[in-house]
Design a protein around this ligand. Structure first.
Ligand SMILES: [Zn+2]
Length: 228
C-alpha cells in the first residue's frame, strides 16, 4: 500500500501542537496510521515544540500571582473538558484483507467498534453514514461515509477545512484518485465532486471544521440529511 495524498504541513503542525478539534484530529490520526512519512513529520514537530518549551526562559512573578490567578478563576466559566478531549493518537494500521469490511485503524475503534455490526444511517440512494464526532456549535465533526460503487456525491464547496481519509475502496475527484490511507484536504477556496470508483463500496472518514456549502437545489436539500 502506498499512500500518495497527505495533509499539508500546516495541518500536521496544528495536529502536533494540539490545535485541531476532536473531529479533525481523528482524521489526521487515521491517516498517520497508514503513513510512516507523516508520522515522522509529526514526531519532528512535537520534538521541536518540546525544545521550544524547554528554551523558554523562566520569568519572575509577583509574590501574590497565585492568589490573583485563583481570584480570577472564581466566577470564570468552567471549561467544558468533554468538548476538548486529547487528540486521538494513531497506531499503524494492519494490512487490508479481502473481506467486505477491511479492518479500521485502531484509533477509530473507540468510536465505531466492529464495523460489520455498525448501524449505518441512510442518506441518499447508495450513500450511508455513521456519525462519529457530532458537530457542536462552532466545532468540527467527523463521520464515516459508505458510498456505493459509481455513486457521485453532490458538488460542494467549503466554508472552512474539509478532510477525507479513504479506509476502503477508492474515489476520484478533481484532485486525482484516492485509495486506502490517502487524505484529501480541501480549504475554503476548493470545490469538488467525489465519485466512488467501481468495484467495491468506498468507505471514508470525512471531517469538517465548518458547514459545507452545496451548489444546486437537490444537494442543498441533502445537506441537512448529511448533517453538514
Ligand atoms: Zn502522509
Amino acid at each position: 500500500m502506498t499512500v500518495k495524498h497527505h495533509p499539508s504541513e500546516a495541518v500536521l503542525f496544528a495536529y502536533a501542537a494540539g490545535g485541531l478539534g476532536e473531529g479533525l484530529s481523528l482524521l489526521v490520526a487515521a491517516h498517520l496510521s497508514f503513513c510512516p512519512s507523516c508520522r515522522r513529520s509529526v514526531a519532528e514537530a512535537e520534538a521541536v515544540g518540546g525544545v521550544m518549551m524547554e528554551e523558554i526562559a523562566p520569568v519572575a512573578v509577583r509574590p501574590d500571582s497565585l492568589d490573583r490567578v485563583l481570584a480570577n478563576l472564581d466566577g470564570a466559566p468552567v471549561p467544558n473538558r468533554a468538548a476538548t478531549p486529547a487528540p486521538p493518537r494513531p497506531t499503524p494500521a494492519s494490512a487490508a484483507r479481502s473481506t467486505d469490511t477491511p479492518p479500521l485503524p485502531s484509533v477509530l475503534s473507540a468510536y465505531v467498534g466492529d464495523l460489520s455490526g455498525a448501524r449505518w444511517q441512510w442518506v441518499a440512494p447508495g450513500v450511508r453514514q455513521l456519525d462519529l464526532v457530532h458537530r457542536a456549535q462552532g466545532r468540527d465533526s467527523a463521520k464515516l461515509l459508505r458510498i456505493a460503487p459509481g455513486r457521485v456525491l453532490p458538488h460542494h464547496g467549503h466554508a472552512g477545512l474539509e478532510m477525507t481519509v479513504v479506509l476502503s475502496g477508492s474515489f476520484t475527484d478533481e484532485q486525482g484518485r484516492f485509495t486506502r490511507g490517502d487524505l484529501a484536504e480541501l480549504d475554503s477556496d476548493a470545490q469538488h465532486q467525489p465519485i466512488a470508483d467501481s468495484g467495491e463500496d468506498c468507505i471514508c472518514l470525512i471531517g469538517t471544521d465548518a458547514p459545507l456549502r452545496f451548489s444546486g437545489l437537490v444537494p442543498r436539500m441533502m445537506a441537512p440529511m448529511l448533517g453538514f
